[in-house]
Design a protein around this ligand. Sequence first.
Ligand SMILES: Cc1cc2nc3c(=O)[nH]c(=O)nc-3n(C[C@H](O)[C@H](O)[C@H](O)COP(=O)(O)O)c2cc1C
Length: 156
Amino acid sequence: MSKKLVAYFSASGVTKKVAEMLAAAGSCDLHEIAPKVAYTRDDLNWMDKKSRSTIEMSDKTIRPELADTDLDMSQYDEIILGFPIWWYVAPTIINTFLEKYDLAGKKIILFATSGGSGFGNTVKELQPSAPKAEFVEGKLLNRANKQDIENFVKTW
Ligand SMILES: Cc1cc2nc3c(=O)[nH]c(=O)nc-3n(C[C@H](O)[C@H](O)[C@H](O)COP(=O)(O)O)c2cc1C
């Protein structure tokens, strides 16, 4: 039996809500990609050139640490992976997550929330972190309602 996991990072709760709706609608497991050190309000200030998020997103080799890495990934063959768009792509903690696990042969379907931007180069920047996984640019789920969620679940 193929099992699906909804895994998400959310700094201010928007993506978390969407992830919870997806996991419920799709009857799948839910995993929060939590940073070892939580992001403060100041960390998230994109107007500040010296804020943690600005620094992390301007050097794409930075890998923010995860709070836990003991997920049993072997039981899943599809991962529905969600995050907020930061600087037009996925936050680098998503690269950390992808590099921690063996994702060879797995399908990774993306979803995101944003202030309006689309996925941009997201797939291109994530693929090297899981070179043997198949990435699918899924859906931007800004202000998603029940119908949007159900429609997206049907595409998995
Ligand atoms: C550091 C940072 C960078 C962001 N960059 C973008 C961006 O490039 N384009 C955009 O539309 N929204 C951007 N946003 C807004 C978030 O994508 C949006 O508020 C998202 O829904 C937040 O999700 P969360 O509550 O799950 O963290 C940015 C937010 C932060 C904190």
